[in-house]
Design a protein around this ligand. Structure first.
Ligand code: GZL
Length: 323
């Protein structure tokens, strides 16, 4: 009899536990419902930086840390991000994380997220909206400061420079800020000349294509200002294919400071690389945990970043950086 009573009590306990779902979630599966459901709209997988950023988010927002992450890869298209956000709203996620392709065009869909009562966290690049209440907070980089850092190094060259400028996706904060930095440098250095400027979409293939075309046209230049490492890799491939030695025949300044690029600094191919730190996962996890506790994280958080030349680098330092 006692065993029967105990079994009945245990069964009753299991049923009541299964009922303790996160408010507003469908008690589909007991395990899932106690997890914080996060919809993450990611730009794409266009670069080492982006892949490191995605891995950082997946590692931090894991089930063992109390999250269920729904990742959407927008293949660098804003319209795909807008669709993904609407899907997240329909799925009733607890939070939306957006790594925006560009700065403009977010009012409508973020108003829908706000109307659904879903907090939106913006990571990496910035968005331009008239109403800042459309997102809860932003964490990312100061891209203008990154551009100024690169220009400071270029000034140390103390030489006339014919500059090839490989831009990232036009309209992204990373492109806007890094381009502003270079333009500010060009404005005060009449001995610098911009001989070419175009977008390589932050991809290695496009970076190589642009520089190959320049070399085929016989364009002469002393420095490539590449707004990310993957376009710099493409530029290096193009230079080597033409029998030129990057770092000798012309210098390359890049952004992101991913491990492959830092090794290219050690071998002399890249001269200077401004860090853009992609490891936002732990930062976003901390923000969500603060919000879960009813705390208010800062509206804007800039990530501390540095820059690297050959003198600063060792294999050990590169290995210690995590991406
Ligand atoms: C910068 C990030 C940029 C990287 C590129 O924060 O948005 O996008 O610099 C990436 O590598 O494609």
């Amino acid at each position: 009899m006692k065993k029967l009573l105990l079994a009945a009590l245990l069964a009753l306990l299991c049923v009541s536990l299964a009922g303790c779902a996160r408010p507003g979630t469908d008690p589909a599966s007991t395990q899932d419902q106690r997890l914080i459901l996060v919809g993450f709209s990611q730009v794409g997988a266009e670069s080492d930086w982006r892949k490191a950023n995605t891995l950082s988010m997946q590692t931090a927002l894991s089930a063992e840390n109390g999250f269920r992450l729904i990742l959407d890869d927008a293949q660098q298209k804003q319209e795909k991000q807008i669709t993904a956000i609407r899907n997240f709203i329909n799925q009733g996620v607890d939070y939306i994380v957006l790594a925006p392709t560009t700065e403009q065009g977010w009012e409508t869909v973020l108003s829908e997220a706000k109307a659904a009562g879903i907090p939106v966290i913006i990571v990496d690049r910035m968005i331009e909206v008239a109403d800042n209440s459309l997102f809860t907070c932003w964490i990312g980089s100061d891209f203008r400061k990154e551009g100024d850092e690169a220009v400071k190094w270029m000034e140390r060259e103390k030489a006339p420079l014919r500059i090839v400028h490989l831009q990232g996706n036009i309209g992204s904060s990373a492109q806007i800020g890094r381009t502003e930095g270079l333009d500010a440098g060009l404005a005060v250095h009449p001995e610098w000349q911009l001989v070419f400027r175009a977008s390589g979409d932050f991809t290695q293939a496009k970076g190589q294509e642009l520089v190959e075309a320049l070399l085929n046209e016989g364009t002469a230049f002393d420095l490539i200002y590449s707004e990310n490492d993957n376009m710099a890799y493409g530029a290096i491939d193009a230079l080597k294919k033409a029998g030129l030695q990057p770092g000798e025949d012309m210098k390359i300044v890049s952004f992101d400071a991913s491990s492959t690029a830092l090794h290219m600094i050690l071998n002399g191919e890249i001269s200077y690389d401004v860090e853009c730190n992609p490891l936002h996962g732990p930062r976003v996890r901390a923000i969500i945990e603060q919000l879960e506790q009813g705390e208010t994280p800062p509206k804007f958080t800039y990530v501390e970043e540095t820059a690297f030349d050959r003198e600063m680098l060792t294999e050990a330092l590169i290995d210690s950086r995590g991406y």
